[in-house]
Write a protein that binds this ligand. Structure first.
Ligand code: FES
Ligand code: FE
Length: 373
């Protein structure tokens, strides 16, 4: 029996530029997008502390600003004539935000403090020309931004509702304390939803993941159906296997108090996949580049040693790099299939129920503009 007769979405949802533009605005900028680890945006080892970093939140250019413990986000758009304050991805250590076009200057709270030629103009109110402040949240070491409605607007979706019970599933893991043990980035020739759908099922595992099947039985999954903008479930390790690695041996220091035989695979929409193992947490952070291209940042997060050194989880990295590439090959093939005039949406098998759940959430969001009902 198939899953409640939910079908794949029509091909255009994966191939159309118009659909992706809509998703970037409503599902990425308009909900809560993961922008990476706080330590990536503001590296602790920088000579002088980084105070500002330009990022894209969906289709909206933003500037995340850190002043000590305070995190703020602004539209990366000068209030003079709209120049970007910093190019996307770049960082600055300045104690003020300086527009590189005509040198309008803002303080780290977004107030306009310098605008050549306007001091003498009595009709010009500096207070009316501050940067537009946008909602940003730090959760367990990750930074999340909402870029459509300014801070304080009633339309800003609740971050707590967005997370829902995602927090409960990951509560045993010391997420905030983890450091990046290694990282790979990939550019996958597939739509971001094809990658997410592939993540949510192990129906494909027996054929394409021989290494994975040796450490985790592909039929072991159980999925959750709990509040929040997330989908996922857990799988178990085979007897004698201590983690997902080439040999099944631990790849890093095990986390105290977490189930030693379970792996949680949970996806906080729109773009963060969290795979929590007994000794490391792997994440995939997706950034759609075009309908058929997605940038994927895969990070292996581990517990630093007492001296602050970060162990190299090489056995996990090797295992997942093989598995990632097997997955990307499948996703890219699906993307080519979606472009065929003969593609028709197919049904989901019983152990593709998490894919059906994901497709249901996204199809509903196309109607309501919201990931949380
Ligand atoms: Fe920024 Fe002119 S656009 S100072
Ligand atoms: Fe896979």
């Amino acid at each position: 029996m198939t899953v409640d007769q939910v079908l794949m979405m029509p091909a255009e949802k994966y191939t159309s530029t118009e659909v992706l533009d809509w998703e970037r605005r409503h599902l990425f900028a308009g909900s809560w997008t993961c922008l990476g680890r706080l330590t990536d945006l503001f590296p602790a080892d920088a000579e002088r502390p980084v105070t500002q970093r330009a990022v894209a939140v969906g289709d909206v250019a933003c500037l995340v600003v850190r002043d000590g413990e305070t995190l703020r986000m602004f539209a990366n758009t000068c209030r003079h004539r709209g120049h970007e304050l910093l190019p996307e991805g770049e960082a600055s250590e300045r104690r003020s935000v300086l527009c590189p076009y005509h040198a309008w200057t803002y303080d780290l709270e977004g107030r306009l403090i310098g605008a050549k030629g306007f001091r003498e103009d009595e009709s010009f109110d500096f207070a009316e020309h501050g940067l537009v402040e946008l909602p940003v949240r730090l959760w367990e070491g990750w930074v999340f931004g909402h870029a459509v409605h300014p801070v304080g607007a009633p339309e800003v979706p609740s971050f707590e509702e967005h997370l829902g019970d995602f927090t409960k599933i990951l509560a045993p893991y010391p997420l905030a304390d983890l450091a990046v043990g290694d990282r790979h980035t990939y550019e996958v020739a597939a739509n971001w939803k094809v990658i997410a759908e592939n993540y949510h099922e192990c129906y494909h595992c027996p054929l394409i993941h021989p290494e994975l099947c040796q450490v985790s039985p592909p039929t072991s999954g159980d999925n959750y159906d709990l509040p929040g903008a997330w989908v996922g479930g857990s799988m178990v390790l085979r007897d004698g296997m201590r983690t997902m690695s080439i040999t099944g041996e631990l790849a890093a220091t095990p986390f105290p108090g977490v189930p030693p035989t379970a792996v949680e695979y949970v996806h906080l929409l729109p773009n963060l996949l969290v795979s929590a193992h007994p000794d490391y947490v792997m994440t995939h952070r997706m950034v759609p580049l075009s309908p058929d291209r997605t940038w994927v940042e895969c990070s292996w997060l581990v517990l630093p040693g007492a001296d602050g050194s970060v162990p190299d989880p090489a056995a996990a990295v090797e295992f997942w790099d093989i598995t990632n590439k097997q997955d990307w090959g499948a996703c890219e093939s699906v993307q080519r299939g979606l472009a065929s005039p003969h593609f028709r949406p197919g049904p989901f098998a019983p152990n593709e129920d998490a894919v059906a759940q994901l497709v249901t959430i996204i199809s509903r969001a196309y109607e309501t503009g919201r990931l949380v009902p």
